[in-house]
Design a protein around this ligand. Sequence first.
Ligand code: AMP
Length: 279
Amino acid sequence: MKIINDIATMRQELKAVRNCKKIVFVPTMGNLHDGHLSLVKMADECGDYVVMSIFVNPLQFGPNEDFSTYPRTLENDLKKLQLLDVDIVFTPSTQEMYVDKENASQVTVPIISNELCGFFRPGFFTGIATVVTKLFNIVQPHTAIFGEKDFQQVHIIRQLVRDLDFDIEIKTAPIVRDGDGLAMSSRNQYLTADERAIAPGLYQCLQIAAHEIMSGQKNFAQLEERAKNNLHKMFRPDYLTIRNRRNLQPPSQFDKELIILGAAWLGKARLIDNVSVDL
Ligand code: AMP
């Protein structure tokens, strides 16, 4: 497993590989847990050369967000990756990725980037689209893998790939959860013991709404309201919404593929989760 932190060496290493091996790329911000590792396992299965990036991207954090405190555990992350089949871990510095961050070009996927998480975190998805574009250009993988936990992110990246003609296949991996249902996340560490005990409540609220839809409830506005009230008892919700899973728009009565998405604060942690519903 090679650890590379500059773009020139990445290009050098990957030039020859690209012609004879299928490169699969897994971008992350590190502090690896089983959710991240499931993406690596999927990468191993669908390709023969695995590249992971570990980069805490300053561009996707708002001025009052947790960029400076985001858990950085590179040594431990590398130990976990040694046990898997990873060929390159790309660990660039901020300076390597953004020579002049304030004046750098940025990539924005319009409209959807300002909705849901983007409404509550202005600039977040532009930060993500920009860093993913840069990483795609550096690695030029055949396939890239993202987690369904960040469902809106995957939706935006698929549009980015389509709009900008990246010749990259996007694959997704299911959400990995702790035993009590809480979706694994680096930010779960911000929870106190008491908060951790109630954190699975977000998934439970989404599941209750999913069951109501599956048992025939079609008044989505009413259902959202009830679910939000439930969530409000334990969390400070940003949103809880039912959408068409294909386009992330509010669903019609006839839509069969739905998704319930939620984001809520618990103490210092902002948790997100989603549950799919197939009718
Ligand atoms: P992050 O390091 O949080 O930016 O996440 C890197 C990648 O891991 C993204 O594609 C995430 O969607 C994915 N990921 C994070 N948490 C999970 C999880 N619990 N299950 C599956 N994938 C995840």
